[in-house]
Design a protein around this ligand. Structure first.
Ligand SMILES: [Zn+2]
Ligand SMILES: [Zn+2]
Length: 244
């Protein structure tokens, strides 16, 4: 059952009224979505699906290995414990992500946050949800250039709909790094090392990092390392798209 469909929820009732007055439109076909979020049922069925994946790093696995951990994670376990991705990094999602990230189309960030909310009951059907969400921090310089942190924009609907605390100030990116996408795979780990720092004591046992695209995983791995050294026991990653 979707978190959006929780019965007798006053927020849900208020949303129904707002949606009736101001219907949401599908970002793909522009028709009223007839739902609480910005994609209609038909267009959602056309989106690429993430098939069987390593439950630790989210990389694809053969279909008979559902729920397993890949050889790489077994050999060198990352600092994060789980990866949940909405989609593989493919069109049309890759286009939406670029629009969100580089062209201020924050409506797509809202949609991605909403879609993550719809998946949480499935992702956490056998275990408790993380206690709070932490968007991957941007360096101050990048934040000034872009004007927003897209990971925070994705996290806002999750905070709103799922009532999970959104941690924006407990950790920061104190070193300006080159964009990971500009670097070769083998340079990315070195580029991100030591980039994050916690600013306050962490009283959480279980956190989820929010990111837009997970490529090599070096960024979230470094952030998870810092969070764990600050006392967090378990760190999950929720991302919009996983590059396979
Ligand atoms: Zn549509
Ligand atoms: Zn793995």
């Amino acid at each position: 059952m979707s978190i959006f469909n929780t019965k007798n929820n006053p927020v849900r009732i208020a949303k129904r009224i707002v949606n009736a007055l101001f219907p949401r439109h599908c970002v793909f076909c522009s028709l009223p979505s007839q739902r609480d979020y910005h994609v209609c049922h038909h267009c959602e069925t056309l989106l690429p699906e993430l098939k069987t994946a390593c439950k630790c790093c989210g990389l694809s696995l053969p279909s008979n290995q559902s729920g397993l951990i890949c050889g790489q994670c077994l050999k060198t376990p990352p600092h994060f414990d789980r990866t949940y991705a909405l989609f593989p990094y493919q069109l049309p999602l890759s286009h939406l992500i670029k629009q969100m990230k580089f062209h201020h189309t924050l409506l797509y960030a809202e949609l991605f946050g909403e879609l993550i909310c719809t998946q949480l009951n499935g992702w956490y059907d056998k275990e408790p949800l993380p206690q709070a969400i932490l968007p991957v921090p941007l360096h101050q310089q990048r934040l000034r250039q872009r004007g927003y942190n897209q990971a925070i924009e994705i996290a806002k609907p999750i905070k709103h709909h799922c009532k999970l605390p959104l941690l924006k100030t407990i950790c920061h990116r104190h070193r300006a790094t080159q964009a990971q996408s500009d670097l070769k795979m083998n340079q990315r780990k070195q580029n991100i090392a030591g980039a994050f720092q916690t600013l306050a004591p962490l009283h959480y046992q279980h956190l989820a990092i929010i990111d837009d695209v997970m490529t090599t995983g070096h960024t979230v791995n470094e952030l998870a390392r810092v969070l764990k050294s600050a006392g967090v026991a378990r760190v999950d990653v929720w991302c919009v798209a996983r590059i396979q």
